[in-house]
Design a protein. Structure first.
Length: 311
């Protein structure tokens, strides 16, 4: 079973506009609200792909209740730590082929909340085979909270996919006793981690991924949008190519990719198949107007279109 962690869940609201007018009234007829946050996108896609999933994290307030109601409607299992602090809204405005996001920071919690969540997390590990940890850390939790969670997982030999960025990711990677099984930065995030610009060419990516910061991480998968992905496993490097498609909504595609890879790990697939599963799920997400959603009936067809080449 997959345990999908979202420490800072949200109600995701998407507005679809033909044109976004600054400093004017924008009237919206097409609005979609979903239980969101990166980890819940992972949960939903994995659930749709037939993976047994348990969602966890921290929730509170009326927005927290709304999120749980949405998960119940989708028949998705969940077990959150409940607080009195209100959850957050995250708004995406889709306009003229672009995406403008307005993200609330969310609640501020306490050290006691953190200890209670770690106790819950550790309790849930007895029933899972793979873990995904996605997105930002909720305000008030320590910068090394993900490392502490990974330490618990390592003790029970459970692989962790960590999908976060910036300082949060860097702090997690500096704890060499608690490294994730897989990380999934994009090229820009890779450059931020290393403090230099990273180009998309093969040699530049190979050089970046052999930096000492990444020593000990079994899998690094670099998202490249429409160009697929570039991956490192041990001493091997892979280029993953995806077909050109009409994009309906790119929001949540990275989360869908994580869900696809988690599905492969959960079902004990090999590494190349894991990359294909991930890219297939991400591709299927872009074909749907709804964030963090896939049509599972198309999975087998799209899987055949994904190419993985050792480089």
């Amino acid at each position: 079973m997959l345990l999908a962690v979202t420490l800072n869940p949200s109600v995701d609201i998407s507005y679809h506009l033909d044109r976004f007018r600054i400093n004017e009234v924008n009237r919206v007829s097409k609005v979609k609200k979903t239980a969101g946050g990166k980890g819940l996108n992972v949960s939903r896609v994995a659930h749709l792909l037939g993976v047994k999933v348990l969602s966890t994290g921290v929730l509170g307030g009326s927005l927290g209740q709304y999120i749980e109601q949405q998960l119940d409607q989708d028949q998705m299992n969940h077990r959150f730590l409940h607080t009195k602090q209100e959850a957050r809204n995250c708004i995406a405005v889709l306009h003229e082929g672009m995406q403008t996001e307005i993200l609330e920071s969310g609640p501020t919690l306490t050290n006691e909340d953190q200890e209670q969540f770690l106790a819950l997390f550790n309790q849930l590990l007895d029933q899972v085979s793979v873990i995904t940890i996605s997105g930002s850390i909720v305000n008030g939790f320590s910068e090394d909270i993900y490392g502490k969670m990974i330490e618990h997982a390592i003790r029970k030999k459970i692989p962790v996919i960590l999908d976060t960025s910036g300082k949060t990711l860097k702090v997690s990677l500096q704890n060499k006793n608690a490294l994730p099984y897989l990380i999934k930065p994009n090229t820009d995030e890779l450059g931020q981690l290393l403090g230099r610009e990273i180009s998309e060419d093969t040699e530049s990516l190979k050089s970046a991924l052999t930096d000492p910061l990444f020593y000990g991480i079994p899998w690094i998968v670099v998202s490249q949008g429409a160009d697929g992905a570039f991956a490192k496993h041990g001493e091997d490097f892979y280029k993953v190519r995806i077909p050109k498609i009409k994009v309906e909504n790119p929001v949540g595609s990275g989360d869908a990719t994580v869900a696809g890879m988690a599905k492969a790990i959960d079902s004990k697939q090999d590494g190349v198949t894991m990359l294909k599963y991930g890219m297939t799920a991400g591709l299927l997400n872009t074909m749907q107007p709804q964030t963090g959603f896939v049509d599972a009936s198309q999975f087998g067809t799209c899987l055949k279109l994904i190419e993985v080449q050792k480089v």
